[in-house]
Design a protein around this ligand. Sequence first.
Ligand SMILES: *Cc1c(COP(=O)(O)O)cnc(C)c1O
Length: 477
Amino acid sequence: MKYVSTRGGTRGVKTERGFCDILLEGLAPDGGLYLPTHYPQVDETTLTRWRGLPYAQLAFEVLSLYIDDIPAADLQRLCEATYTEAVFGTPQITPLKKLYDGPSPVYLQALSNGPTLAFKDMAMQLLGNLFEYELARRGEQLNILGATSGDTGSAAEYAMRGKQGVRVFMLSPHGRMSPFQLAQMFSLQDANIHNIAVEGVFDDCQDIVKAVSNDLDFKRRHRIGTVNSINWARLLAQVVYYFAGYFQATQSNHERVSFAVPSGNFGNICAGHVARMMGLPIAQLVLATNENDVLDEFFRTGTYRVRATSETHETSSPSMDISKASNFERFVFDLLGRNGARVKELFGAALTRDGGFTLTATEFAPAADFGFVSGRSTHADRLATIRRTWQEAGVLIDTHTADGLKVALSHLQAGVPMLVLETALPAKFAATIREATGQNPEPPPALRGIEKLPKRFTVMPPDVAQVKQFIQQHCAA
Ligand SMILES: *Cc1c(COP(=O)(O)O)cnc(C)c1O
C-alpha cells in the first residue's frame, strides 16, 4: 500500500510513500495529511472469516491490508504484544456493555481500559511498539516532543516508557492538570520519559513545541518527532475496534450498526469513516461535539469555521475542547472525490485568509452518503445524561461518553444497534460525575493511591532556549 497527501493535487508530481516512511513523519511536505491511495475492500467472505477472531489477530488482519513493508510475522508479533488482557483489562479488549434494550439497542463499547483510562491508549500502545521496531530496524533514534493538557501526553508516555530508541519530552502547564492526570504522568520513573512543567498555560507549551519544531536545524540534529493525532498509524489502529464492535453486536454480516463518537480532532470518527469505506456495514456515524461545535456546524451547514482561542469554551468534557479539527482534512479529501487541488485551496489559502470555508451545495451534498449525522451537547445535557444512565442502567459514564450518548439517542433507527464509544473512564473526571450523581467513581485497583507516589518532573519558565538546552543535555546522556 502506498500513501498520498490530501493536498497532492491532480496536477504535478504525486509523491507516494510507504507505511514505514509516513510512520515517523508528521505532515506531508506539502502540508497535507497522508491517506492510502485506496481503501481495500472487505467482502462477505472476509467478514465471516474475521468474525470470532481474537482482537490481536483481527488487528493483524486489518493492519496487513495497509502495511506491506513490515514482514507478516513481525507485524503479527507486534499486534500480539500490544493487545493483551494484561494491558487492556479484558480478553475482548473492547467489550460491549448493553445500556438499553429495544428495537434499537444501545451499547457502550469500552475503549478505555488501557493504562491511562482513555481511548487514546488503543492506538498509542501500538504506536510505541511500531516506533521501537522501526527505529531498531533503521538504527535510528527519535525524540518525541509534545505539549499536553491531559490525555494525549499521558497516553504517549505510557506507550513509549522503556522503549529502545525513543525519548519523550512532554510539556504541560505547571499546576493546571487534575491531581490524577498529574500523578499519572509525573509518577513515571522511566529514564526515557521527561516531564517538563512549564510555568504558563497550555498555549505557552504548544508555542514552545512549535518554536522548537520550526528550528529545522535543531529538529534534524536532535531527531525531533511528534505523536499527534494526524499520524496515520494511530488512525489505522483505531479502525480495528469498529470491526470488533460490529462483530460483537451482530450475528450475521447482513446486519448494520451505527456508531456514536465523542469528537474533537476528528481522529476517532475518521477511523470509523475508513472502516465504512472498506465495506463494514455501518448505517450512521453519529458525530457528537460539546459546546465547541465546529464539526457539528459543518455537518449541519457545509461551513467549516475555525474558532479563535478566545472563542473556545472550557468545558467538562475537556478532551473535546478544540478550535479546529486536525484530522478533518482527510474526510474532506474523500468528500470532494479526492480532489487534492481543491483541498489545498480550502485548507491552505482559504483557512489562512478567511479562517474557514463553505462548500458549494454540490460539494456538500454527498456528506449524507458517507453516513454522517451530528449533534452537540452542553454541560447541562452531560449532567442529565450521566444521571439518567446511572439511574436507568446502573452504569457510570464519563463526560465525553455522555456527549456521545446524548447525541446518539436522538439518532436511533429501528433495527439498528447503536454503539456509543466510551472514550474515557469516569474516574478521570470525578468532579462532574459527583455533581451529576453524588457517586464517586473509583479508578481501577491498580491506580488507587497513585496521587501519593513520588513524582519526577522539571519546572521551567516558558522559555524556548531552556527547553532546547534541556533536550540537548538529555540526548547526549
Ligand atoms: C481525544 C479524546 C476525544 C476526541 O477524540 P478525537 O479523535 O480527537 O476526535 C474524546 N474523548 C476523549 C476522552 C479523548 O481523550
